[in-house]
Design a protein around this ligand. Structure first.
Ligand SMILES: [Ca+2]
Ligand SMILES: [Ca+2]
Ligand SMILES: [Ca+2]
Length: 155
């Protein structure tokens, strides 16, 4: 009986987890292109010039890029252009992508959780300094959920 109970509890948790993921995937109303471009959870993050993961592909990486405007890293000449972003990172540890208002990886930021999958429109999101995120990102860094203050989690 104990084994069966444990199995049922695990199954319930599994179903609960699936429904959470499903809810997150459908939280946005115009994520069709983002959904189509979802690479599977592979530890990477991505950004596009247009909304809904469309327009010019600005870059993607499994690492950090503290300056989207310089010539190195996953992002070059991408300052203040991103209108949609994706987090295909693995769950656990530094699984949040923090996007920054300025280069350097410090100061005002906003975080995209791995369970959110993507933010298909940054125009309704703000950095911790209150600035609109659309066409305003200049850097990103992988951080832990504890590094992201309440209210800084974007959708
Ligand atoms: Ca843009
Ligand atoms: Ca760069
Ligand atoms: Ca948004």
């Amino acid at each position: 009986m104990r084994t069966l109970g444990t199995f049922i509890a695990a199954l319930s948790l599994s179903v609960f987890g699936l429904s959470i993921t499903s809810t997150a995937a459908h939280a946005t109303t115009e994520g069709d292109i983002c959904n189509a471009k979802w690479p599977g959870r592979n530890g990477s993050m991505h950004a596009w010039d247009g909304t809904d993961c469309s327009g010019d592909y600005l870059g993607g990486t499994t690492g950090n890029d503290l300056n989207w405007g310089d010539g190195v890293g996953g992002f070059t000449n991408a300052n203040n252009r991103a209108s949609s972003v994706m987090n295909a990172g693995f769950f656990g540890g530094r699984d949040m992508v923090a996007f920054y208002f300025l280069p350097g990886g410090t100061g005002s930021y906003a975080c995209l959780a791995p369970g959110e999958l993507y933010a298909d429109y940054l125009g309704d999101n703000t950095f911790t300094n209150g600035a609109n995120m659309n066409n305003n990102i200049m850097a990103h860094k992988w951080v832990t959920p504890a590094d992201c203050a309440a209210g800084s989690w974007i959708t």
